[in-house]
Ligand binder design. Structure first.
Ligand SMILES: C[S@@+](CC[C@H](N)C(=O)[O-])C[C@H]1O[C@@H](n2cnc3c(N)ncnc32)[C@H](O)[C@@H]1O
Length: 353
């Protein structure tokens, strides 16, 4: 006891970390997991301030970045160094920050930009619903409805600007759409309907890939389809807009694309949507669901996080292949193909039984 001496200036600093027990290390890991949301908040702040746009021309000091963005230099530095731990931004040996491939996608002016997706999926509508996730776990319904006093899609029609959700959804979806369409084949001359297609990015890629197709973009109302992007096809007018409720009916077509639709709803609601597609489907038609397929047990998969997300905002869930098979069966359909696209979204196809 008495032999302990205070470290005097000039004494060497012992830089070897103390050896921790397994329990102590587990505690650190658990606390790191607990602070996962801080990382998302930092990502949101970087996207909101728009810092990535100012690094397009090369590395900059945080003072230069603060001048360019109007941000508080010291706090911006703290956010960027935290993000750099996970490879979003990188600090060089002169203390300047630069873009990494992930940070590049935070730029607002690059093809495939995810800036809008980052802002939407960390918006208060998602953030506050996840803060109340225990409500969903205890009661089995979406915490969104408790927090915001209405349902998710009604909120983005009646309360908040639709743009806040639909442009971020489009940004996330667009990063996958061209690649997904390359994994699909369409019968020549087919009519393809993008059911709940939002701004129509998936349909746009289908029409670009095959000039024999005719496209219908179907969504809830003008507040959604008014933001459509099919005008990017220029004079090519092989498309029309359809507004309506897929729980009531779906338009006649040969191919039904349902991207991130089935995962929004419970089994009973999904069977209603799928039956409506089947009823309207032309002979030889096909249903193409584009959603995560959950792998078994402990296998890591981004879809298991999407699953929590839809749990907190909607009555939906992500499903296993067996669960898709059972849904299709109840809707008079038969599962014919499951394809992993490499994204956390698979192609799950079905035909009429
Ligand atoms: C999760 S978003 C997916 C959008 C798009 N398919 C994508 O993957 O980017 C769900 C879409 O379903 C639409 N939707 C929700 N309820 C609907 C209903 N009852 N009838 C038609 N569309 C609906 C929403 O407006 C929204 O565009």
């Amino acid at each position: 006891m008495g032999s302990h001496r205070r470290r005097a200036e000039g004494d060497p600093v012992d830089s070897k970390p103390a050896r921790l027990s397994d329990t102590e290390q587990a505690g650190i890991r658990l606390f790191e997991e607990t602070l996962g949301y801080v990382y998302s908040a930092a990502l949101r702040a970087a996207a909101a301030v728009g810092v990535a746009d100012h690094l397009a021309s090369g590395p900059k000091t945080v003072v230069e970045l603060a001048q360019a963005t109007g941000a508080h230099a010291d706090n911006l530095n703290r956010v960027l160094r935290a993000l750099a731990m996970r490879g979003v931004f990188h600090e060089d040996d002169r203390g300047r920050f630069e873009l990494t491939p992930e940070a590049e996608l935070l730029r607002s002016d690059v093809p495939g930009s995810l800036r809008s997706a980052v802002l939407t999926f960390t918006d208060k509508t998602f953030w506050n619903s996840h803060g109340e996730l225990a409500h969903s776990v205890e009661h089995g319904d979406a915490s969104f409805d408790k927090v915001f006093g209405t349902t998710f899609f009604d909120y983005f029609r009646d309360v908040e600007s639709p743009e806040t959700f639909y442009s971020g959804m489009q940004s996330k979806s667009d990063s996958e759409n061209a690649s997904i369409i390359r994994n699909l084949t369409f019968p020549a001359g087919a009519t393809v309907v993008d059911v709940g297609g939002g701004y129509g990015g998936l349909l746009l890629e289908a029409l670009r890939a095959d000039d024999s197709l005719y496209g219908l973009l179907m969504d809830l109302g003008d507040h959604v389809v008014a933001g459509h992007r099919l005008g990017e096809l220029g004079d090519d007018d092989r498309w029309e807009l359809v507004t309506g409720d897929f729980f009531e009916e779906c338009p006649p077509a040969d191919v039904y694309l349902l991207k991130h639709i089935i995962h929004d709803w419970n089994d009973e609601q999904c069977v209603r949507i799928l039956r409506n597609c089947r009823r309207a489907m032309r002979p030889g038609g096909r249903i193409v669901v584009l959603d995560t397929v959950i792998p078994p047990r402990n296998e890591p998969h981004l879809g298991k996080l999407f699953d929590i997300m839809v749990m907190s905002i909607l009555p939906g869930r992500e499903r296993t292949e067996e669960e898709f098979r059972a849904l299709f069966d109840k809707a008079g359909l038969e599962l014919t193909r499951v394809l992993d696209t490499g994204f956390a979204v698979s192609v799950v196809e079905a035909v009429a039984r």
